[in-house]
Design a protein around this ligand. Structure first.
Ligand code: DGP
Length: 114
């Protein structure tokens, strides 16, 4: 855990969040500033700063994260489609430096993103 990381503090239950999935390695909770009717953040519980910091040893964790995203989208009824986004670094707008995947859906989504 990183003491100055907001998402580590959510994992530690020091900061409240609307949690929709909680398993041994993965947590999912609703984004505080939703961009669509469904907007859930799916994160590893272990602190990893971004997708750039993943290693060979994280293969199982990545499967767990993507299976959680599939479960979250199915539970939300997003049969019509949804988007998975992870921002990496300043130019992409990454504001929380703990790996997280945005699962966004429930409306028609434009492309390309801004
Ligand atoms: P990004 O910009 O890709 O780093 O996404 C960070 C997201 O985190 C952003 O959509 C807003 C969300 N967020 C920021 N602070 C909080 C918080 O305290 N609680 C929750 N649930 N979400 C947060």
């Amino acid at each position: 855990m990183s003491n100055d990381c907001l998402f580590c503090r959510i994992v530690a239950k020091e900061v409240d969040a609307d949690i929709v999935h909680d398993s041994s390695e993965v947590l999912a909770f609703r984004d505080i500033n939703p961009a669509a009717p469904t907007h859930v953040l799916v994160i590893p519980k272990r602190h990893i700063a971004s997708a750039n910091e993943l290693s060979d040893a994280d293969g199982h964790l990545l499967v767990d994260l993507f299976q959680t995203m599939a479960s979250v989208s199915a539970t939300a009824g997003l049969e019509g489609g949804h988007r998975i986004v992870t921002n990496v670094g300043h130019d992409a707008g990454q504001s929380v430096h703990h790996l997280h995947f945005h699962v966004v859906g429930g409306r028609s989504l434009g492309w390309p993103p801004g």
